[in-house]
Design a protein around this ligand. Sequence first.
Ligand code: BDR
Ligand code: CA
Length: 314
Amino acid sequence: MRARTVIIDTDPGTDDAVALFLALGSPELDVRLVSVVGGNVGLERTLANARAIVGLTGRQVPVVAGAGRPLLGSFTAASHVHGDDGLLGVVLPEGPPAAPGVAADAIRAVLRGAAPDSITLVGIGPATNLAIALLTEPALAARVREIVLMTGAVGEGNATPAAEFNAWSDPEALSVLLACGRPVTLASLETTAQALCTPARKAALRALGGGACLRAVCDIMDRVPAAARMGGLGHVEHDACAVAWLVAPHLFATRDVRTTVELAGASRGRTNIFRRRLPGPANARLLETLDADGFFALLGERIVALNPPGGLRP
Ligand code: BDR
Ligand code: CA
């Protein structure tokens, strides 16, 4: 099987870190570029965290800085969730330097060098970088095979009552991606709520032993408080759901949906995800159910493989 070529756009972020480790540990994916956006914390920190995460895996994947604010409006971090440093105080060794240039240029460069329908864009932060890349050279959309996003909510949001954080952070950018004509797959808050990281699942991961990457993941998970919205049973691994779809699609059941995003007023950033009575043609695929035990088994297997206890890989 040939690995799928992906670009990951991210704002690490505790759950972004887990998603990046999963992607970099999965032979099904050929990660060509990690582009970084301000989101959970400011760009300076998300960039340092992305560099450190990639560095810990020993993979030679360029990490490039992108937008530090949304297309419109002002930047708001989620430091109350991810800490001021984005990783809730877990300190990783300094990673390799960032690649020169800016994210939108680097994304376009990968697309330009690619065959039609060949590059998968994975967006697990505000969609700004991906939108700028496609807005500035729309013909490159033809090179995109699929856009997989952790964004949106069918029901209540987590940034506002109406909106999920990534969608709310840059709804205009999300609307560009939804309208670009390429297949879009959504991991919404309802999808990711199923990736519930309970104390038992954390203990099972820790028991795998593993090397530096698994230890980092377990240390991060230990610091994320249980979510009130999950009844205090654990926290949710949002972003790794988007990556898991590409690595192990059999873990999900999906539904074709029609999705729009609200751009104004109190519902700004709200995604209208119509699941049954679609007011127009379907424009996205929603990841509707997740085999959570399979998901956590996958996380453990792939993150251990990045640097097993015996030390075959860095
Ligand atoms: C999304 O927002 C961020 O806080 C997380 O990293 C995730 O991408 C969840 O709403
Ligand atoms: Ca994120």
